[in-house]
Design a protein around this ligand. Structure first.
Ligand code: PLP
Length: 423
């Protein structure tokens, strides 16, 4: 298990540049000692100072994009600087894959680094052997990145799509999924946490059911990493596509793909290049291609940005320094407080995020009854409160994400703004 000692590793690597005053980061960043003390403390204001996010911004949209703390920026900048100064090509190393696998409860050779969730979902969707008439179960709460590949493949190849609604409790959602399964269902592809209302789906039960019925399970994991603790071997899914640039607070453009070991051989790998195979020879007759590497990393290929990989690695190290259990408790705790306060407001609203603790994560979505939701989000932005309007699938609601760097005064600012708009 990882622990805060990892912070020392960050301190050791970040220190030389920072001390030389060579860094491109602003001088406002905390000293290394201050950063370490803050991360180790339970003083959330002090922890907030580890983020360059400006003070006047109330950022409640981590579900779209995480804001990185200083150590993550520093790692990315160091990498760029190193590359530019020493003309160094960022060679492939598996440090991120290993740390990620340890974090998500998979084996090292079951993960590939991607640029985002959409890329991972595409690898999965186009990699699973399917034929005309096969049915895929999706939900009515998909993000375009979670469903577009399936809809596109269905259109091109005559697959059939069945859409399931989410229900207010985990048991009811399970019932809805179970009753949607038919004789031609080949894949259940659902979000672990949808972008719309932040509901935590009972993924372990869903994957167990799928396995029992011989159905492939695919999870869109855009949100959980960095918010919830989870273990993919315990969940039991066949495929999982996640990212490091939301709740894990890594740089934008960093994602991952998990393929259960037993599924690797049957998963068609359509995109290959450097790192995904061992050799090739254009002078052989006929030209020869070596074998694909014997791990999910065959799905990562070609040159990549060292700055993104180093930033994502630092983000996971920072996550472990802060403590996954502490982060989960804090971010979900803020969401629970927000939900309770919203329900007590003198404002006509419909709470869309489940009240059931098991189904609630760190995002709360609600719909104003007689006022425009999109205009409220715009109005809040004028006051530097950043929210997300969810327009997808005609859901039309306001989504609030609460991460550990938020605090109760952020929630108060939002509630005040809401009462002024709709009270
Ligand atoms: C549930 C869900 N799936 C997929 C995506 C797409 O993610 P990416 O932009 O990393 O491809 C998002 C992005 O917000 C999302 O919320």
């Amino acid at each position: 298990m990882l622990n805060r000692r990892r912070f020392l590793a960050w301190t050791a690597t970040a220190a030389p540049l920072a001390l030389q005053g060579n860094s491109l980061l602003s001088n406002n960043k905390p000293s290394l000692l201050e950063a370490k003390l803050a991360a180790d403390s339970d003083d959330w204001d002090r922890i907030r100072s580890l983020f360059p996010l400006d003070r006047k911004t109330v950022f409640l949209n981590n579900g779209t994009m995480g804001v990185s703390p200083y150590p993550v920026l520093q790692a990315s900048i160091d990498s760029l600087q190193d590359s530019a100064t020493h003309a160094r090509y960022p060679g492939h190393n598996d440090k991120l894959e290993k740390l990620l696998a340890e974090t998500i409860g998979s084996d090292h050779d079951e993960v590939a680094i991607t640029k985002n969730v959409s890329e991972g979902i595409n690898h999965i969707c186009w990699g699973i052997p399917l034929k005309k008439g096969d049915e895929i179960i999706l939900t009515s709460h998909e993000h375009v990145g979670g469903c577009a590949a399936w809809l596109h493949r269905a259109r091109l190849e005559g697959l059939s799509i069945k859409v399931v609604d989410l229900k207010p409790t985990a048991d009811q959602t399970m019932e809805a999924i179970e009753s949607a399964i038919g004789p031609r269902t080949r894949v259940i592809a659902v979000p672990h946490v949808p972008c719309t209302i932040g509901q935590v789906l009972p993924v372990q039960d869903i994957c167990r059911l799928a396995k029992m019925k011989g159905i492939i399970s695919v999870l869109d994991g855009a949100h959980p990493l960095g918010m919830l603790q989870f273990n993919l071997h315990e969940i039991g899914c066949d495929y999982y596509a996640g990212c490091l640039h939301k709740w894990a607070l890594g740089p934008l453009g960093t994602g991952y793909l998990y393929i259960k070991k037993e599924r690797l051989a049957e998963t068609r790998c359509t995109h290959v290049a450097a790192y995904s195979l061992d050799t090739f020879n254009m002078n052989a007759q006929p030209p020869a291609l070596g074998e694909l590497v014997d791990s999910a990393s065959r799905f990562s290929y070609g040159s990549f940005s060292g700055a993104l990989i180093e930033g994502a690695t630092a983000a996971l190290e920072f996550y472990h320094t802060m403590g996954p259990a502490r982060i989960e408790q804090r971010s979900l705790g803020l969401a629970r407080i927000l939900q309770e306060k919203l329900l007590a407001l003198p404002v006509e609203l419909e709470m869309l995020t489940p009240l059931e603790a098991r189904s609630r994560g760190a995002q709360i979505s609600f719909r104003l009854k007689d006022k425009s939701n999109v205009e409220f989000v715009q109005e809040a932005r004028k006051q530097h409160i950043i929210l997300r309007h969810v327009g997808e699938n005609d859901i039309d609601c306001v989504r609030v994400s609460t991460h550990y760097y938020n605090n109760e005064s952020d929630l108060e600012a939002l509630l005040e703004c809401l009462v002024a708009y709709a009270g």
